[in-house]
Design a protein around this ligand. Structure first.
Ligand code: PMV
Length: 337
């Protein structure tokens, strides 16, 4: 075993995961596809064995986490830590310190980079011979979408059909250098924490939306089309598939009972603004996609950045704009945090 520090990045889904066939193992009803993001957005996690702690300790953004509290993700992290210690035959107490370079409250998926960094750091520290696929299965159990952050570039998460989830893992479609012009312009609309957690949302939509039964087949066929668009570097198709999938997921959310509404006024203005831009160009130069929150991720190509920013500047209620590119898989850092 050795001390280690690693970095992992969040990802943005172009085909979304929403609704689970198994809530405990985070097994999805459909496959999903994402881009791992670079830039200043990441989680840095270090693992050490200080000797003066009498229990395994997890500190996130300076706050010591309670292993026995109500936060389900922390409980899953504990489970994974214990399993990995057992496989490695480690009985020393472990100190895990994790820092997000973006506020978790920014509505960006820090849980994805956090879970990916954790399993990657533990595997390296415990010197376990686990593949990225194996690690994606472990990360998935902490937070479903996290399994996609074990790879760089374009990534698919195969939904799998097995009950034990061993065929529900992530795989790379193309690495981060494959389509380097791709950008994700993130328009922060509301930085406060979402009112309905994604875990609750997954469940409520699958249980109550009358539109939801059509969603898994829709997303599954959209995923196949998107892989073709990525392979052909066909931005026009990628954009339409991405916008339709985001709209389809948010339609099932609105159709849930009580309805789940993550989009806000500025989010809707962004949707309209992108459609106007695309119309003016006679083809899609940008696509919006929204996770379980009001912040827009606008997928575009670097040559259109200033036009997109110009459009966003006209919209009231946007607090900040960040730009990310396709990013890499988790990696080891030379220095501790
Ligand atoms: O991984 P979770 O449980 O936080 O769910 C994430 C769901 C979405 O972000 C809305 C879509 C996705 O595939 O990332």
């Amino acid at each position: 075993m050795k001390e280690i520090t690693v970095a992992a990045s969040p990802n943005i889904a172009l085909i979304k995961y929403w609704g689970k066939r198994d809530a405990k193992l985070n097994l999805p009803n459909n496959s999903s596809i994402s881009i791992t993001l670079s830039g200043n957005l990441n989680t840095i996690t270090s693992v050490s064995f200080p000797g003066n702690i009498n229990v395994d300790t997890l500190i996130i953004d300076g706050e010591k986490q309670d292993w026995h509290g109500s936060n389900q993700k922390i409980n899953y992290m504990k489970e994974i830590l214990q399993e990995m210690k057992k496989i490695a035959g480690i009985s020393d107490n472990v100190l895990i310190e994790s820092k997000n370079s973006f506020p978790s409250s920014a509505g960006l998926a820090s849980s994805a980079s956090g879970a990916a960094a954790l399993v990657f750091a533990l595997a390296k520290s415990f010197e376990l011979d686990l593949s990225s696929k194996d690690l994606s299965i472990l990360a998935r159990r902490i937070s479903g979408s996290a399994c996609r952050s074990l790879f760089g570039g374009f990534v698919v998460w195969h939904k799998g059909i097995k009950e034990d989830g061993l065929d529900s893992f992530a795989e790379q479609i193309a690495d981060e250098s494959y389509w380097p012009e791709i950008r994700d312009v993130i328009a922060l609309v509301n930085p406060s924490r979402k009112k309905i957690s994604s875990s609750e949302g997954h469940e409520r939509t699958a249980k109550t939306s009358s539109l939801y039964p059509n969603r898994p087949a829709f997303a599954e066929s959209a995923a196949i089309k998107l892989i073709d668009a990525i392979k052909a570097r066909d931005f026009n198709s990628l954009a339409e598939i991405t916008m339709r999938d985001s709209n389809n997921m948010h339609a099932t959310m609105l159709d849930s009972w009580p309805p789940i509404i993550y989009l806000e006024g500025a989010s809707i203005e962004i949707i309209k603004g992108i459609h106007s831009l695309n119309e003016a160009h006679g083809k899609n130069i940008a696509a919006y996609t929204f996770d379980a929150g009001p912040n827009a991720h606008i997928i575009t190509l670097d040559r259109h950045l200033s036009e997109i920013k110009g459009m966003l500047n006209e919209i009231e209620g946007i607090k900040d704009i960040l730009v990310a590119s396709p990013g890499k898989a988790p990696y080891e850092l030379a220095k501790p945090i």
